[in-house]
Design a protein around this ligand. Structure first.
Ligand code: FSX
Ligand code: SF4
Ligand code: F3S
Length: 405
């Protein structure tokens, strides 16, 4: 074949070699490269550069440590519905040490970590899954007789880059859950950047989406640089937007249509889960746009009918009650949305009113007035549905009135 640009040559030897090596059809592989490029927010055509990088790149050696966690991060990488993802992840990196996946155990395993640290000094990627206990010198988790603090400082010293995978390693996650009586968790668990005293790349989520890990590594391979990060070290391509901004139920939120109980009419109709405690308005992640398990975009917590618990957001997941109302703390809605007949900025939609009212806690004045209007709209809609005989008796009170009870 005669192609002016080698990248678009689907018969190129490196692509055929990858097809043979991984037993992944070329078409399948190129589709996956498109998904990675889209996840990274790269322009159309970039999938070809991504494919080329994966085909030809040197696989970075990786030392993968496990501390306080459930191994869900590793499971999510390996149990993707689609085997291609797993194959690709294990192909783009060269796993030198990984307690769950390696055959070695005991002394052999420890020796393998030491040998890899020496052989690839200054060149390996350190990936850490799990939180670090800090109470009582960190004795609450030991591998090969060493605490996570010891293993971390040993392994971080020669690493070219460090990635915290999952919420546990990013900021403490589930093991850092506090009680009403204590300010820290029983084992004083925290994230690795706190222990190391320096920023690391963080891919939070419990578990995180495997595409976010894969895309971060592929970005490194394609452009020889990390993707843009936010102040918490999270790749902006994945954590740049609130879940609430991309949620398929957002229109229901704006229109004041909420599920009030699991299994009620609103829940069965797919209304917004804010009243059931959804933390989408204060959680940064790309769950609604990317989905889980290669089973389509709708396969994510809210898509399946459960509120987001903010598993990836520090200070939200495992720190605030699951069904407590979200604080809406990062939402600054415009006070009015233009209707189709008005120029921008005039008028106020029920959605904007609802947020203003919720932020103000249903306070007096405009907020309360708007809330009443919202309640009327909600009651009117439910009355219409009753009249149409479409469902069981619905609650007449406004959502805001129900909150206040
Ligand atoms: Fe588990 Fe990973 Fe949660 Fe933590 O994921 S899925 S508890 S983020 O470190 O294994
Ligand atoms: Fe979606 Fe939750 Fe926001 Fe409702 S509150 S729109 S369910 S993210
Ligand atoms: Fe976690 Fe919420 Fe996404 S619970 S998986 S951040 S929808």
């Amino acid at each position: 074949m005669n192609h002016s640009n080698e990248i678009f040559d689907t018969e190129r030897e490196s692509l055929l070699a990858l097809e043979r090596r991984l037993d992944i059809p070329r078409r399948e592989f190129l589709k996956l490269c498109s998904a990675i490029a889209a996840t990274l927010g790269l322009p159309v055509g970039a999938e070809a550069a991504v494919a080329k990088a994966i085909e030809s790149a040197q696989r970075p050696p990786v030392i993968w440590l496990h501390f306080q966690e459930c191994t869900g991060c590793t499971e999510t990488l390996l149990r993707a519905e689609h085997p291609t993802l797993e194959k690709l992840i294990l192909d783009v990196i060269s796993l030198e040490y990984h307690e769950t996946l390696m055959a070695a155990a005991g002394k052999q395993a420890e020796d393998a970590r030491m040998a890899a640290m020496q052989k690839y000094k200054g060149r390996y990627l350190l990936v850490v899954e799990g939180a670090v206990p800090t109470h009582d010198n960190g004795i609450y988790c030991k591998v090969g007789g060493k605490t996570p603090q010891q293993m971390l400082s040993e392994s971080a010293a020669g690493a070219a880059g460090i990635i915290a995978i999952g919420s546990c390693a990013s900021w403490g996650g589930m093991p850092s859950t506090t009680t009403q009586l204590t300010k820290t968790s029983p084992t004083g668990s925290t994230g690795i950047s706190t222990v190391l005293g320096k920023p690391v790349v963080s891919i939070p989520g419990c578990p995180p989406n495997p595409y976010n890990f894969l895309s971060t590594v592929v970005h490194l391979l394609t452009f020889n640089t990390l993707p843009a990060l936010d102040a918490k070290g999270r790749p902006l391509f994945a954590y740049g937007r609130l879940i609430h901004e991309n949620c398929e139920r957002r229109a229901h939120f704006d229109a004041g249509r909420f599920a009030l109980e699991f299994g009620d009419e609103g829940h069965r109709k797919g209304y917004c889960l804010y009243k059931l405690g959804c933390k989408g308005p204060e959680t940064y992640n790309n769950c609604p746009t990317i989905g889980f398990g290669d089973a389509g975009e709708v396969n994510w917590p809210v898509g399946c009918g459960h509120p987001c618990i903010g598993c990836s957001e520090q200070g939200v997941g495992f720190q605030t009650p699951v069904y407590e109302l979200s604080k809406l703390r990062y939402i600054h809605p415009p006070v009015g949305y233009p209707s189709i007949h008005e120029s921008q900025g005039k008028g106020a939609s029920l959605g904007a009113m609802a947020i203003v009212a919720a932020v103000g806690g249903g306070a007096a004045g405009a907020g309360a007035m708007l809330t009443r209007n919202l309640g009327r709209a909600h009651a009117q809609q439910q009355a219409q549905e009753r009249a149409a005989g479409k469902g069981e008796a619905a609650e007449d009170k406004s959502p805001q009135e129900q909150h206040e009870e």
